[in-house]
Design a protein around this ligand. Structure first.
Ligand code: F7E
Length: 301
């Protein structure tokens, strides 16, 4: 397994090496076509998983054209690099439920029309269709996984789930007093990232390439996530959560819920972690990390 590393002295490299020992790294950047070709020539992979993106929806409003370059055009650069080096390489594109945006139907399936609500969602629509187009035009084994929100204890602190579980742990341990959030009514179909990675791999092991929705089929609000996370440590979220307009977005996606019937039927894919289990494991992980930091006299993030 190889990982693509961008930039000089990338601080995430050490984190990935610690979590996944044994991975080899190649330098490359989704903005730079020749670096992608060189990376593929070095690694000679059988499969390429393109998860590279500016993936934080909030940031995409502030850096809209850069998001288009990386999250959108980065996909065609990778597809062209594959065509140049070895068109037999199987390709997975990380498409997103954010493409559904202002949803046209509920639940959302592979045939639900897109109506993205952010520069990120717009860029992902481009990435999705260019993947379909290269499959149809050049006979490439290229798949697009339309993944709904997938979370774990490895989630970045900028995303709402981890922001909440990290704050819950810190509040419980007396390291923080309150948590500021944006829109509490947004509803998301949150699943466990480990299950979703299994789905990505399954998509590339089939006889023919196709696109799949990956989701749990359940939706919960940010408020419900808070309630469960605080309750897990015996606290009431009403006592600690405040809202702050600075975390609200110029346009919001109000409700997402996916129908993964096609993936269940054709890939044999299922989820293994329930919503309450997901919340609990994230809170427990943050509690353990902050307790460990406290015992070593270090303040956690
Ligand atoms: O927001 C609301 C926020 O940033 C979830 C990415 O992986 O999943 C993710 O996109 C909801 C939104 O994820 C805060 O407004 C309230 O309604 O955790 P999030 P996301 O935007 O759903 C999709 C599938 C992707 O593809 C993306 O790459 O929570 N919310 N208060 C907040 N969100 C954040 N981040 N911070 C808050 O304080």
């Amino acid at each position: 397994m190889h990982g693509l590393v961008r930039g000089q002295n990338n601080p995430r490299l050490a984190m990935v090496e610690r979590l996944c020992p044994g991975i080899e790294f190649a330098e490359g950047d989704l903005l730079d076509q020749s670096s992608l070709i060189a990376a593929l020539e070095t690694c000679q992979p059988d499969e390429v998983y393109n998860l590279g993106a500016i993936s934080f929806v909030g940031l995409s409003f502030k850096q809209a054209s850069l998001t288009g370059e990386i999250t959108g055009l980065g996909v065609v650069r990778m597809l062209d690099a594959i065509r140049t080096v070895n068109s037999g390489i199987r390709f997975y594109q990380a498409s997103s439920s954010e493409m559904f945006g202002k949803v046209r139907e509920t639940p959302q399936t592979e045939s639900t029309p897109f109506h993205p609500r952010s520069p990120y969602g717009v860029a992902k629509v481009y990435g999705h269709y260019i993947t379909v187009n290269y499959r149809e035009s050049y006979g490439m084994y290229a798949c697009s996984g339309i993944l709904f929100n997938h979370e774990s204890e490895r989630r970045g602190l900028e995303f709402v789930t981890r922001k909440i579980t990290n704050a819950v742990a810190k509040i419980k341990l007396g390291l923080q007093r309150e948590l500021s959030l944006g829109t509490m009514t947004s509803q998301r179909d949150w699943g466990f990232a480990g299950d979703y990675v299994r789905a990505m791999h399954l998509m590339l092991q089939q006889d023919a390439p196709d696109d799949y929705v990956i989701a749990t089929g359940e939706t919960h609000s940010v408020e419900e996530f808070c309630a469960l996370a605080f309750a897990h440590v015996g606290l009431d979220w009403h006592d600690h959560v405040v809202t702050d307009a600075k975390f609200m977005r110029p346009a919001e996606v109000d409700l997402l819920i996916g129908d993964a019937g096609k993936a269940r039927e054709r890939l044999g894919w299922t989820t293994t972690v329930t919503f309450p289990e997901l919340v609990a494991r994230m809170v427990e992980s943050d509690l353990a990390a902050h307790r460990a930091a406290l015992s070593q006299g270090v303040a956690g993030g």
